[in-house]
Ligand binder design. Structure first.
Ligand code: NAP
Length: 303
């Protein structure tokens, strides 16, 4: 029996683990993957205060070691369900075992949204990717397409110019959503071009991707674009499948909380990308984690 079970070990979960360990709460952090979550797929982080530049895996490792130092435990397993009906909460794991805790923090983050066009699933791992850091190097001197217009699309598009001969960003509007500093970098990079008002309709190839069928949303004109890689960055979906039926989710599938990170179920909190919030950054996930752990501490004082 734990004081606190944290589901998800990204920057939010690891920070909550640091704070709850310091508060001497018996804590377990449950994650199906490596510590750090999506940070593991980010080559360079340049907006985490104190580090002008640090790699995602390095920051993950530092946060993980920091958490272990204060006594929180790490458990590698996937949470497949929760029972929130009793005072003691139960998390069911994919190995059939379960974890009991007096409080829960949900920190399961989000995963890349799919385009849902023909060819996307078929060519996953054969030209279609959601992670430039993982797969960019396979596209040395090749032409690649990036779909999307947010921070991820533009930042990863610039990263891909290290390898690719040309990076074509396809965006459905005539204006990028990405932060101005990222846009400046993209527009200054001779290897990047943007095709505006355009969507990807199909990913085409034989053994591997060779073309993307694109459509101009204003004119309706359809054409084929040569590309060996297609990187899809059109936002994220919260990892909340295991919370269906709990009443914690809003219509978009995010967990609703108040400003103390509390959900509507007493003793259950949510932080980071899985939470309905205006900003999704490493630093905001970490801030959420600190706040939630302290909220748990106060909740357990009168348990
Ligand atoms: P995002 O901000 O939600 O942007 C998604 C982009 O994809 C938008 O440009 C959107 O177009 C487009 N899009 C959505 N659905 C589409 C579809 N079906 N077909 C074509 N295009 C579609 O997602 P993100 O860029 O992955 O960023 C997620 C969060 O992480 C954001 O809060 C972002 O600020 C943050 N982030 C920050 C950094 C950083 O600070 N360096 C880096 C990466 C991510 P519209 O513009 O028309 O909506």
């Amino acid at each position: 029996m734990y004081d606190l079970a944290i589901i998800g070990g990204g920057p939010g979960g690891l920070t909550a683990g640091i704070y709850s360990g310091r508060a001497r709460l018996k804590t377990t952090v449950i994650d199906k993957g490596l510590p750090g979550g999506q940070m593991q797929n980010t080559l360079e982080i340049e907006n985490y205060p104190g580090y002008k530049v640090i790699t995602g895996p390095q920051l993950s490792e530092l946060m993980y070691e920091h958490m272990l130092e204060f006594g929180a435990e790490w458990r590698q397993a996937e949470a497949v369900g929760v029972d929130l009906s009793d005072r003691i909460k139960t998390v069911t794991l994919n190995d059939g075992s379960s974890v009991n805790a007096r409080a829960l923090i949900i920190a399961t983050g989000a995963q890349p949204r799919k385009l849902n066009v023909p060819g996307e699933l078929e060519f996953a791992g054969r030209g279609v990717s959601y992670c430039a850091t993982c797969d960019g190097a396979f596209f040395r001197n090749k032409e690649v397409v990036v779909v999307g217009g947010g921070d991820s699309a533009v930042e990863e598009g610039v990263f891909l110019t290290r390898f690719a001969s040309q990076v074509t960003i396809i965006h459905r509007r005539d204006q990028l959503r990405a932060a101005p500093i990222l846009q400046e970098r993209a527009f200054a990079n001779p290897k990047i071009r943007v095709i505006w008002n355009t969507v990807a309709e199909e990913i085409i190839g034989e053994a591997k991707v060779s073309k993307v069928k694109i459509r101009n949303v204003n004119t309706g004109v359809v054409s084929d674009l040569d590309a060996e890689g297609v990187f899809i960055y059109i936002g994220y979906l919260p990892n909340t499948e295991f919370l269906q039926g709990t009443g914690l989710l809003n219509p978009n599938g995010y967990v609703e909380t108040d400003s103390t990170m509390a959900t509507k179920v007493p003793g259950v909190y949510a932080i980071g990308d899985v939470r309905a919030a205006a900003l999704r950054q490493i630093v905001t996930a970490a801030g959420d984690g600190a706040l939630a752990a302290m909220s748990v501490y106060h909740f357990l004082e009168s348990w």
